[in-house]
Design a protein around this ligand. Sequence first.
Ligand code: PMP
Length: 391
Amino acid sequence: MRKLQKELEALREQGMLRTLKTVAGPQGPRVIVDGREVLLLCSNNYLGLAGHPALIEASCDATSRFGVGSGASRLVSGTMELHEQLEARIADFKGTEGALVFNSGYAANTGILQGLAGPGDLIFSDALNHASIIDGCRLSGARVVVYPHRDMAALEELLQAEASRRHGRWLIVSDGVFSMDGDLAPLPELVALKERYEALLMVDDAHGGGVLGASGRGSAERFGCLDRIDLHMGTLGKAFGCFGAYLAARREVIDTLINRSRSFIFSTSLPPGVLGAALAAFDIVDSAEGAARRAALENNRQIFVEGLRRGGLDLGESVTQIVPIVTGEPQPTMEAARRLLDRGIFLQGIRPPTVPVGQCRLRATLMADHRPEEVAAAAEMIVRILAELPR
Ligand code: PMP
């Protein structure tokens, strides 16, 4: 215990101690923190569906009809009709033969990579891929080649270098939207490379699903290459407002994972209330309301980004609702977050290992149901607070 205390104290001194912030009341564009209403600028509830009446009603209805818990893992007695309905809906959404629901995005990425790759296989992974992909690569036991972020020339060199001694399966894996930078993977180029080198391509579209593309099918729809991705991973806890995750892919991939994926096999399946809400979320994403929510989100994004850029801030390569404001070291980052909260804006500071050392940031995320004028005012406030900080 003394050692733990010392380690925690050291983290505190470095400005690296993480603590939890409680949000009172329901999730929405404004939430109650420390007894005060503040503008929420760090939620992945991008379309505002987490508190949507249709999802709440669908969740309550599924719970009252089917019970609170699923009672078992999928391979025992925990596969309910709602799991099958949701999987059929997801496969239809992505245009694949099948889909498999996982208990979270973290469980999906670790389970998919561990289930599909093993010793003797090779995984090519973008340097800024999400931690759950990194952990999945480790769990798989495959050899992992990390390529520089979005650098397709470097990836091709690495593929070429490995080609002469090739054996086993090759998998290229990338976030579709990078979670801490809001930039996009160059999917058309990744597709061309995976076809040229006969690898499988897995795209984690946790932050693109529901949001990007004319119909919200994600980053691959935006690039017009939905049918060229082998493994579509997505989450239900962000734009879809629920919880859980999925893989949409060919039947043999799904059947392999049912047999091999440890996070799928050894865990109680998602409960009815979540599944019912997720089905309602797909209805909304596919409706005129979904399109209107995507348009409102994009409008808010443009207003916010213009405000920050006018104030001289560098937002990197962000082209999505994830807007990184890089602040550098942990202390000024957390001080900026504290001052923003004082002025009514909840915007978390992000520190290593979530982002590289020296690249701490305020990771702002927009929502469809933010009001444009409050987004504009928040951008001004962020510019002002950052200018006030000691350098
Ligand atoms: N992939 C990416 C790119 C993510 O950003 C996240 C969540 N932050 C996950 C996977 C994990 O998803 P979940 O929160 O559902 O576990």
